[in-house]
Structures are given as structure tokens and as C-alpha cells.
Design a binder for this molecule. Structure first.
Ligand SMILES: Cc1cc2nc3c(=O)[nH]c(=O)nc-3n(C[C@H](O)[C@H](O)[C@H](O)COP(=O)(O)O)c2cc1C
Length: 169
């Protein structure tokens, strides 16, 4: 994959995140990787840095990895991997080895001490800067009813985008 400037990052978050093909991989060489499908989040600037904003419920196995390490990547996969991405979003790494089951490969990046999905078309390598749990009590009632009936709250992670890789020329 080629290292590119983020100025060439041409993802439309309103279509590409909703179309289900984004996978967060948390973990480093010490913990090993755990991948999880995401469709909530965003990209933008804060503290003079290019960042992504990821929302992970506390119940996810990935949450444990995010707490233990600051290494995280977002891989965008082609539609032909829809089955694999859905599997990664419906199964927990507590129960299955998602790389083994899907046949996807975890590539390790020695510089960032992070993992990426080798089959991805675009990858953002990131470093966790900050995390905060959403405050259940201050959420609007409708949002609580629709999303947090079991109070399985999201943690918001702000991660700096360190590198953008793509397989497109
Ligand atoms: C399309 C799709 C999008 C998802 N987006 C999110 C998300 O943004 N945040 C989240 O906490 N869970 C999300 N999930 C659910 C997790 O991917 C799912 O619970 C996964 O099995 C967690 O794996 P883990 O326990 O190995 O971390 C999504 C699932 C799918 C299928």
C-alpha cells in the first residue's frame, strides 16, 4: 500500500461508514489485534491535529484493547468483503478468532506498533489521544430509549491520524 497525504483521503463518511465496510483494529504486538466493525464516528480536527472520533460500547471486547493500548487503525474494505465485515461486526473476539474465521489477515506495522487489515483498500493508522464515556444521565430521553436501554454506554475515543495508506495510485 502507498503512503499518501490525508488531503487525498476521499472517504464520504455519510456513505462509507453507513455502508458497513469500516473495521477498527485495536491492539499492539503485546496484546495482539482485535477487529470490530464500526459505523458510528467521524473525522475532523482538534488540538491542531487530524483526528478520528470512534464510539465503542463498554461491552465490546475491543473496548478492553482500547483501554490497554493506544494503537488503533481503521481499515476500509471493498464491498466484496461485506460477508467478512458483517461477521466481524456480529461476533466477539472473546468467542472467536475473527481473522482466522474470515480469512482476513492482520498486518503488523512495526513503526506504529499497530495492526491493520492487509486486505483493506484504505487504512488510517492512529494513536489514541483521549477517551471519555458518554454521560448517560445527560443524554436526551429519546436517545436513551433508542440506544441505551441496557445502559451499555459508548466511550468516545479521539485518535490522531498518523498515517494514511491506500492501494490506489
Ligand atoms: C455495521 C455494523 C456497525 C457497527 N458499529 C459499531 C460502532 O460504531 N460501535 C460499537 O460499539 N459497535 C458497533 N457494532 C457492533 C460491534 O461491531 C460488534 O458488537 C462486535 O461483535 C464487537 O466485537 P468485539 O466484542 O470483538 O469487540 C457494529 C456492528 C455492525 C454489524
Amino acid at each position: 500500500m502507498l503512503k499518501k497525504s490525508l488531503k487525498e483521503f476521499d472517504i464520504n463518511v455519510f456513505t462509507d461508514l453507513e455502508n458497513d465496510f469500516a473495521v477498527v483494529t485495536a491492539g499492539n504486538r503485546q496484546t495482539g489485534p482485535n477487529p470490530m466493525t464500526i459505523s458510528w464516528g467521524g473525522f475532523g480536527r482538534i488540538w491542531e491535529k487530524n483526528c478520528c472520533f470512534i464510539f465503542i460500547r463498554k461491552s465490546r471486547y475491543t473496548h478492553e484493547f482500547m483501554d490497554k493500548t493506544d494503537s488503533v487503525s481503521i481499515s476500509f474494505l471493498d464491498k466484496k468483503y461485506k460477508k467478512e465485515v458483517v461477521f466481524i461486526g456480529r461476533n466477539s473476539g472473546r468467542d472467536v478468532d475473527k481473522f482466522k474465521e474470515t480469512g482476513l489477515h492482520a498486518g503488523v506495522d512495526p513503526d506504529q506498533n499497530a495492526f491493520i487489515i492487509s486486505e483493506a483498500r484504505r487504512v488510517l493508522k492512529c494513536k489514541k489521544l483521549y477517551s471519555i464515556d458518554l454521560d448517560y444521565d445527560s443524554l436526551p430521553d429519546k436517545i436513551k430509549e433508542e440506544n441505551y436501554q441496557t445502559k451499555d454506554i459508548h466511550t468516545m475515543y479521539i485518535c490522531e491520524i498518523k498515517e494514511y495508506l491506500t492501494d490506489e495510485e
